[in-house]
Design a protein around this ligand. Structure first.
Ligand SMILES: Cc1cc2nc3c(=O)[nH]c(=O)nc-3n(C[C@H](O)[C@H](O)[C@H](O)COP(=O)(O)OP(=O)(O)OC[C@H]3O[C@@H](n4cnc5c(N)ncnc54)[C@H](O)[C@@H]3O)c2cc1C
Length: 279
């Protein structure tokens, strides 16, 4: 199916993109297009204009800022998988990117597009939650920084305002990460997560975990974290913590997997992820 007609703009800067968003209230930003174009073709979205930010180099790349990693919103999965900084400092981001979709999706899809789209089955939101990421946005009222736990609000909903651009994702305290993993039970056709679990262990014994795919929006597994943090990652402690993975959570069910099955897989994958970070 063809999308509805739209105007096309290619701004030369983030400031120009914001101005275009202000002038075109029904416009959408276009990054890799691998989430937006499918929903436009299904006519689930009919923006009157597309503002193509994909060539804005100011939004691309990975850099270090002290103990933080700063990732431009336009950085693609392919870039993350091939960045020597990511491979050396936070390989979990490269490993999770390698599990996304297929090679075309990884070549075009961006970390910023994935975060802004907030698809409940998207992989990187869980990893970013477990890494305590921060999201920088720029809009008519200036810059804002959102913690990952605040940024993801609900299915396809974030704290981004319509006239704002997500410019970068910052991972703080990178050296505190002793081990990290992302495991998923993928839909065999699309690769999207039926269940995905990210887990991080810090040098001080804190454990952070997050789930995607089985719930309406990626979220931290706070009951698991409270159960296991500061304890030995023994098999018994891991089993007890994984049992908490469904506590206080609503699970989604659809033609691909029922809510009961997703809840079951959430416990199974939480256990596997905790075992993996235990080493
Ligand atoms: C066949 C297929 C399989 C896939 N499999 C997976 C999978 O296994 N795992 C997975 O996680 N994802 C999967 N995806 C989704 C893919 O990862 C998307 O590319 C990604 O989620 C969105 O990034 P994008 O750059 O393509 O964003 P776009 O499609 O360009 O944009 C998505 C939304 O984000 C907004 N946006 C984009 N950039 C910004 C910004 N900087 N600031 C503010 N708003 C912005 C856009 O306006 C739009 O609303 C799949 C997609 C396809 C087509």
């Amino acid at each position: 199916m063809y999308p509805a007609e739209f105007d096309y703009h290619r701004p030369g800067s983030v400031a120009d993109a914001i101005k275009l968003l202000q002038d075109n209230p029904e416009a959408k930003l276009l990054a890799g297009g691998h989430s937006l174009l499918p929903v436009m073709k299904l006519r689930l979205a009919q923006p009157t204009a597309l503002i193509d930010i994909s060539s804005l180099s100011e939004l691309s790349g990975v850099s270090e800022d002290g103990d933080a990693l700063v990732i431009g919103a336009n950085t693609t999965y392919h870039d993350l998988m091939n960045s020597s900084v990511i491979k050396n400092k936070l390989p979990v981001l490269a490993e999770a990117s390698d599990l996304v979709g297929d090679v075309q999706v990884r070549n075009k899809g961006t970390i910023g597009g994935a975060a802004a789209h907030a698809d409940p089955a998207s992989d990187l939101p869980a990893v970013l939650l477990a890494l305590n990421a921060e999201f920088k946005t720029v809009g008519p009222s200036g810059e804002k920084t959102h913690k990952a736990t605040d940024f993801f609000v609900d299915m396809f909903t974030t704290t981004l305002e319509p006239e704002e651009v997500l410019t970068e994702i910052r991972i703080p305290d990178v050296s505190s990460v002793a081990s990290a993993t992302y495991l998923k039970f993928a839909h065999p056709a699309s690769g999207y997560a039926i269940v995905g679990i990210a887990a991080v262990k810090t040098g001080s014994g804190e454990v952070r975990a997050a789930v995607t795919g089985s719930v309406p929006i990626a979220v931290r597994l706070s009951a698991v974290e409270s159960e296991i943090s500061g304890k030995d990652l023994s098999d018994d402690n891991i089993a007890a913590a994984a049992e908490k993975a469904t506590e206080g959570m609503d699970f989604v069910g659809d033609i691909h997997a029922s809510d009961e099955y997703r809840a079951h897989l959430t416990k199974v994958y939480t256990k596997r992820a905790l075992k993996k970070i235990a080493g």
